[in-house]
Unconditional design. Sequence first.
Length: 466
Amino acid sequence: MKLKAFFALAVEISFAGILAVAQTAAPAGQPSNGPAATPAPKPSAAAKPAVKKPPSQVDSVIQLVKGGMSEPFVIKYLQKNNKPTDLTPDDMVKLKAAGVSETVIGVMMDPTSAPAVTPAPQAEAPPAVPEPVPVATNSPAPVAPIPESSISVQGEWKGTLVLPKSQQPIVYHLGPGGTGTLDQPRAFLLGIPLQYSVTGGQISIVFPTAAATYTATVEGNQMSGTVSQNGSNYPLTVTLSGPVEDPSVNWKNVLTAKILENCPLTLGKGDQADIEIVTPGAVLALKKSGFVMHSRGTKVNPNDYKNGNIYITQAVKSSLARTNREGSTRTFVKGEKFWLIGIEVKDEGVFLLFLSDPIHETRYLGLLRFLFAQGTRPTPEEFLPVFSEVLDVVSTPPAAAPPAALPPVAPPPPLPASVDLGQTREQVVSALGQPEKIANVGANKQIYFFKNLKVTFVDGKVTDIE
């Protein structure tokens, strides 16, 4: 597997969405004046304005249907009134043209004939993603291997994770049997093990060592979904770019996973010039002196470990000659401690990147290479003793609690509460809650504005529902 060069750091992800809906209502029209030829008698001071005639049952039903009320709600409204409506052929044609179903028209003529209301048939839900299989790790359990009946997603998938302050290239290497690796080259995350499961057109990827997941919809050579880590979510689309190199990917995965099992990775945010630790991993102590590390923002040249000693490369020697007087390099000695923030297993060796704590307000980065003999592929049992010759794992983070489950999908909203003509203001408020706005129109007329409904009261009783 060909892996990329790297230098940036892992980032935190956060996401929030806000949906707001604003509604307005037009003011009610004013009543027309009476005929000029026959002036109306002047009302007395105690006389009340004429009450607006309630709309016909035909108009009321059309208003409810056009207002988005469901058929069961309209039928309930008609049954509550329990008054048959004498419909003419013109009335029935008017109702049908307005989108009123024949079932509702039949209940208008005979409220006792309403059929039993049954919920609409639901589309068959896709099969659930298989439950995760427990593994020996402090991180969330990986999902089950890919089912035989699922579509094939094997290959190399590439995309860019867009974050508030940076863009992170992402590469998923999805191999056979529901296993693979993640590369995030600019974040020092290279060859990170992953496990995935595909059901129908949905894929779920779990990264056991990073406490992160990716869930997406697969459409041809593209996946679109969401990365979730530490309670934050960000959208990510990846595109199939080629096949996974097999079987070479497997031995690298095994070795990477074993190293991280013994020495958990430290995650941070920012870039090389400004790194902040977010999730501490293992603390390592140097067992051999002579490890040259570089200050943030400068080129990080490699050190090599071989034959029991740390050797600086010619590039490091040149860097020391140019920059040592400026304090941009520092030689670490036996007993000094730092964090592991990056790992890459290549054909030629294991590359480990370390970050120090601040020393006189400066953090240092160091790259240590363990080069293999040409053509060899060491097993974890062969490599880990060599690792232990130069590095000692002083402490590891406590077992992390599994991340909180995603919130359940909200159930569909209940049918609107019943509001009928003739009800009082108290009855309407009890059914619908407090209105968003109240308009006083005249001495005895009020209009209550609810989210999807406008109710008119005259003398404290419902006379119109829109």
